[in-house]
Design a binder for this molecule. Structure first.
Ligand code: NAD
Ligand code: MG
Length: 391
């Protein structure tokens, strides 16, 4: 029986993880479920999965959850605040931690799980973007393993040789596929007035609002290029992006002999989640089966830099000093939040990101304290830029 903590259990990835866990009650038990403030969803999850702990970031929400759980005579204990997140991420009895908090808020518990030698199932790509070197170092020191949950990176892992020492010698490049989001064919001149609901209406995937906006701007793919650089030790020049509107080929690896190995499947996050949970074995995920005869056509096209300028920022950040990726991520979190609140135009997300990267991308930050400080300076700079653009 493997014990699991899910950081961000009430979100899109968290709920899909519990869907897979529910299929295998003899293999997985839930140690802790955590959320920011979604009392109702977390209550329902606690009654169903009976975790030892439920953690809410928000103290008032935690009090309400506790009252509800007592009323139901549930054995689950409620904890609150960031220290409790660290505690359930590194508890000795826990084997695996699903890192499914959105944004840099997920960094510290993810680092704690890595240091404690857990299998880290990484959906929270922002933590690798902010602190790639530190997270890898924490995993080496703690003896833990990192399994990507992002569908593209899971596909790359499934297409790479099993022996890691062959990654550098045998592989020529990796290609991350991207659906192109809801605006792949929209006239770029019309993008300025896009609303949050239009940006969140993804054609193939149902996801949280932040990553949905990132998919519409392609900043999601930019973050994934950086994520791939750290996960697979590939230089930026060996990481390519290809638009594939059907989201069936989840990514591919090109070898020196000309072979291309890819992983395919229906777009359903339960597949990469099941792969991470069971690796190196395979278990049922609940996903439906791919019927290629029905899909019929798979299309591919090069990304249009004018429509998707965000992609260039990832390569720029990878070529800059050690803190540039953290700066880019922080700026983007602020810009996306401002857009979702109606305070920033869709096309100005990129302007905030580019401007913040230009002003702070040269800063170095090698330890966690310096990175968090740089993250906070980048947030202030991005917020100021967003306010200026809103006028
Ligand atoms: P979501 O918004 O649906 O869920 C986020 C979860 O994190 C919720 O449980 C929320 O309560 C919790 N949370 C948010 N802010 C928090 C904070 N400050 N402190 C503690 N908890 C907090 O997001 P999602 O779509 O599930 O995405 C989660 C992560 O997975 C993101 O990093 C995203 O990029 C990545 N990811 C998601 C998908 C997908 O299909 N949804 C695919 C690939 C990668
Ligand atoms: Mg992805």
């Amino acid at each position: 029986m493997k014990s699991l903590t899910i950081l961000g259990s009430t979100g899109s990835i968290g709920r899909s993880t519990l869907d897979v866990v529910r299929l295998h009650p003899e293999q997985f038990e839930v140690h802790a479920l955590t959320a920011r403030r979604s009392v109702d969803v977390l209550l329902e999850q606690c009654l169903r999965f009976k975790p030892r702990y439920a953690v809410l970031e928000d103290h008032e929400a935690a009090r309400r959850l506790d009252a509800e759980l007592r009323r139901h005579r549930s054995p689950t204990e409620v904890l609150a605040g960031p220290a409790a997140l660290l505690e359930v991420a590194q508890a000795p009895q826990v084997r695996m931690v699903m890192a499914a908090i959105v944004g840099a808020a997920g960094l510290e518990p993810t680092l704690a799980a890595a240091r404690a030698g857990k299998r880290v199932l990484l959906a929270n790509k922002e933590s690798l973007v902010v602190a790639g070197e530190l997270l890898l170092q924490a995993l080496r020191e703690g003896g833990g393993e990192l399994l990507p949950i992002d569908s593209e990176h899971s596909a790359v892992l499934q297409s790479l040789p099993e022996q890691r020492e062959r990654w550098a010698s045998d592989v020529r490049s990796i290609t991350l596929t991207a659906s192109g989001g809801p605006f792949r064919q929209r006239d770029p001149a019309e993008l300025r007035d896009i609303t949050p609901d239009q940006a969140c209406a993804h054609p193939n995937w149902s996801m949280g609002r932040k990553i949905s906006v990132d998919s519409a701007t392609m900043m999601n793919k930019a973050l994934e290029v950086i994520e791939a650089h750290y996960l697979f030790g590939m230089p930026a020049a060996a990481i390519e992006v290809l638009i594939h509107p059907q989201s069936i080929v989840h990514s591919m690896v090109t070898y020196h002999d000309g072979s291309v190995v890819a992983q395919l499947g229906v777009p359903d996050m339960r597949t990469p989640i099941a792969y991470g949970l069971a690796w190196p074995r395979r278990i049922a995920s609940g996903s439906s089966w791919l019927d290629l005869a029905r899909v019929g056509t798979l299309q591919f096209e090069a990304p249009d830099e004018r429509r998707f300028p965000a992609l260039g920022l990832a390569y720029a950040a990878l070529g800059m000093a050690g803190g540039a990726c953290a700066v880019l991520n922080a700026a983007n979190e602020v810009a996306v939040q401002a857009f979702l609140e109606g305070a920033l135009a869709f096309t100005d997300i990129h302007r905030v990101n580019a401007h913040t990267l230009e002003s702070l991308g040269g800063e170095r930050a090698h330890d966690l304290g310096a990175l968090l400080e740089l993250d906070s300076r980048a947030r202030s700079a991005a917020a100021a830029r967003a306010r200026a653009l809103a006028r």
